[in-house]
Design a binder for this molecule. Structure first.
Ligand code: ADP
Ligand code: ZN
Length: 731
């Protein structure tokens, strides 16, 4: 490695900060010197900011003016492997390093001294006067031998008031000690008994464990139908990793939904692992960040940003539901956590397991090409079988106006009601109605700031823009023609479907599951647990329900509009629709009872619908892959999206045209440029959006060309240019 690893006091060092500057800053090493990678506090103008010692100082800054690093922070230095990872990830996504550092320091209070708290142990002086309350406290201390408690815990356990505990401290019967607030996570024991794996599962687990034992980088696609035991299998890979003394990370897409998951991990390893997600408290986040860095957290269950935690020795990353769209961050730093997991693992000689019932085409193709290993689980565990899937041809169904549940589906639901089983209706549309229209003039209510229609949410009695979140009351008079009393909802949202189901089955217990109907992730979790325990007859859900819950009593899934995802110019529309439908259908019949999935469609002969019904997945992927290969699009070619935005439409377009006229650096590498054109959502929050699309051959150094191409353009005023490498959404 170039450059030195330790800097003596006064040496010139280069420091990376999270401030929006495009370069490293030079300082002098502080008293006592510092290691490369150390987290430090440095003066910047009148402020003190957080930074990392990145290497030797550049030397071009006047040494007389050089200021000194203020102090080295009391956290583990950033490891070489992490510095490389941030560098490569930044290069790949064309993200400046200061923004990468911000991703890697998303914990509060890193520059605080380690915070302490008071705990109590048994003291040497028995109290002069015993009371019942005092006896109770001392009995708790005796019972738990050498353990220490905070005074609040102790008072609670002994069922006495805090003043009793305080009195005992004063007398010296209890002794106060200071300990760090951020405690190591409890030890996870990989040698506790696992479930008895089936032969298939055991073989899969052995294949993954072999990778872990190699101590080298490798990626494996773990493909298995919902309920086949993927989780059981990869937990054994985690066990192998923990036995080796290395750390493991499990990434989950929908972090709100981990109650059940954490319970399973706890059952397997005897203690709860560290949890990392945006819903965690500041204190929890700080503890995770620090303990991960010290090696005092063996396993982290987290959302995508957990990938940037400072693991001391990361040996395994599981990406569960690897095809999930939420792994792609769509704001700020545009990265795909699945791809970054592979990059990070390559840097630290770790294994990656990409688990899915319906892998992304990228992953499928990488396995086909031999870049990834592939392990398949083909059968559901136990007696559970995959649901029967059937199309309901809506052209032949007789539906009353403004209803969406076909007679065929209704009949199937009635059967479930009679048997005491659950039905799930799936509709990927939040709210009551997607459109509010004026019956007098035909105009639709749109958002004032976005190029989007307002969606009615009846439970909050308002219209809402799903782009910017703006809400307004449902108007009495039409905003366009001023006619009164003619505004009407058009089309179904999940809330409206709930009303229809209630009208059809007045005696049924109906549960509507949509992310916006719950005040907190906790409330949603609790509701889902109730439903799994049988507290509902009919469940209505949006995308949310497609993800990994077990509803043992569920035997019917009705997809209200299977055509919904098929339209659109998005190259992944077919793939997404396929994945979503298969996942939803997989919710049925997960326990002993067989399941059935009915898909309402107006185009039963559409290739995607046919592939879903036939269950011939390999055939579907081969066809998808062939289409994309011919079009030269990902994963067989490269793509980048450029979104230009600003409040002045003419200015945004001028910039787009100027970029298009000066595309020399792109042409040099043989890349093609499309646009500028209005983005599919042409206005968001009052900002106009214009899109350019770049296509190139697979081996082309696209990022470098993009950087050279865009560098000469200055962003005047509120103009913004965002580059999205491998765009997932085309909005
Ligand atoms: P997937 O992750 O593929 O959807 P899971 O690992 O969640 O599948 O398994 C589905 C259900 O079957 C879970 O309740 C799980 O505990 C159970 N299961 C799977 N394999 C076994 C096994 N070998 N022994 C006991 N239970 C199992
Ligand atoms: Zn809006």
């Amino acid at each position: 490695m170039s450059g030195q690893d330790f800097f003596h006091q006064g040496d010139r060092v280069a420091v990376l900060t999270a401030q929006p500057l495009d370069r490293l800053l030079d300082y002098r090493a502080p008293e006592g010197g510092c290691f490369r990678g150390a987290f430090v506090e440095v003066p910047l103008g009148p402020r003190k900011v957080l930074g990392v010692i990145w290497g030797n100082g550049g030397g071009d800054f006047d040494s007389a003016k050089l200021r000194s690093v203020i102090r080295v922070l009391d956290v583990a230095p950033m490891r070489e492997e992490m510095r490389q990872f941030l560098g490569k990830a930044g290069d790949y996504t064309l993200t400046p390093m200061h923004a990468m550092l911000r991703l890697a320091t998303r914990a509060p209070g890193l520059s605080d001294p380690p915070s302490m708290r008071k705990i109590l142990r048994l003291g040497d002086n028995p109290p002069e006067r015993m009371t019942d309350a005092r006896t109770k406290v001392l009995a708790v201390m005796e019972e738990f031998g050498g353990l220490a408690f905070t005074s609040r815990e102790l008072a609670e356990m002994a069922d006495v008031t805090p003043s009793v505990v305080k009195g005992l401290v004063k007398q010296g019967a209890l002794r106060e000690e200071e300990t760090p607030r951020d405690l190591p996570y409890p030890h996870l024991d990989p040698d506790l008994p696992s479930k008895d794996l089936t032969q298939d599962q055991a073989a899969a687990a052995a294949a993954l464990a072999e990778g872990v034992h190699s101590g080298a980088y490798g990626t494996t696609l773990l493909k298995g139908v919902t309920g086949s035991g993927k989780t059981e299998v990869y937990l054994e890979a985690v066990a192998a990793c923990l036995r080796k003394g290395r750390q493991a990370l499990v990434l989950l897409p929908e972090i709100a939904l981990t109650a059940e998951f954490l319970k399973r991990v706890e059952q397997r390893f005897g203690a709860t692992p560290a949890e990392w997600h945006s819903g965690a408290t500041m204190t929890e986040r700080r503890r995770v960040w620090r303990m991960v860095g010290q090696g005092n957290a063996q396993l982290v269950i987290g959302a995508r940003s957990a990938l940037f935690l400072p693991f001391r020795d990361l040996g395994l990353i599981i990406v569960d539901e690897e095809h999930d769209g939420s792994y792609k961050q769509d704001e700020g730093v545009l990265y795909n956590a699945r791809d970054m997991a592979v990059l990070r693992a390559a840097m630290c000689s770790a294994q990656v397991v990409l688990a899915s019932a319906t892998p992304s085409l990228e992953t499928w193709a990488n396995a086909e090409a031999g870049k990834y290993k592939r392990v398949d689980l083909t059968a559901r565990f136990g007696t559970a079988v995959l649901p029967q899937m059937r199309a309901v041809d809506m052209r032949a169904e007789d539906l009353a106006p403004a209803t969406w549940i076909s007679p065929t589906l209704k009949q199937a639901m009635r059967l479930r009601m009679e048997r005491g089983e659950q039905s799930l209706l799936f509709l990927n549309r939040r709210g009551f109605a997607p459109v509010t229209i004026c019956r007098a003039c035909g105009s639709q209510v749109a958002c004032d700031h976005c190029d989007a229609r307002m969606v009615e949410h009846r439970f909050m009695k308002r219209l809402m823009c799903h782009q910017c979140g703006e809400t307004k009351p449902v108007p009495e008079t039409c905003p366009s023609c001023q006619v009164e009393g003619k505004m009407a909802p058009v089309g179904p949202g999940i809330e409206r479907l709930g009303e229809e189901a209630a009208a059809l089955f007045p005696q049924a217990r109906i549960a509507v599951l949509s992310s916006d109907l719950f005040g907190s992730a906790r409330a949603l979790k609790a509701r889902i647990e109730d439903i799994a325990a049988g507290e509902a007859d009919i469940i209505l859900g949006t995308q949310l329900v497609a993800k990994g819950h077990n509803f043992p009593l569920l035997t019917l899934v009705g997809v209200i509009d299977a055509d919904l995802g098929l339209q659109g110019s998005d190259l992944r529309a077919g793939e997404r629709s396929f994945q979503l439908m298969r996942q939803v259908a997989g919710r049925a019949g997960r326990a002993e009872r067989a399941g059935e999935a009915l898909m309402q469609t107006f185009q039963p002969e559409h290739p995607v619908i046919r592939a879903i019904l036939s269950g011939d997945e390999e055939e579907f992927w081969r066809a998808e892959a062939e289409q994309r290969r011919q079009a030269g699009v990902p994963p067989f070619g490269r793509m980048a999206g450029i979104i230009l935005s600003g409040s002045d439409l003419a200015q945004v377009f001028d910039l787009g045209n100027a970029l298009a006229r000066n595309d020399g650096p792109l042409r040099q590498v043989g890349a093609q440029l499309f646009g500028p054109a209005p983005a599919p959502i042409a206005r968001v929050r009052g900002r106009h959006r214009v899109r350019l699309l770049i296509k190139a051959d697979k081996g082309v150094p696209l990022q470098e060309a993009l950087a050279r191409w865009t560098a000469p353009f200055n962003m005047k005023g509120d103009l913004r240019l965002n580059i999205d490498i491998d765009p997932q959404n085309f909005f």
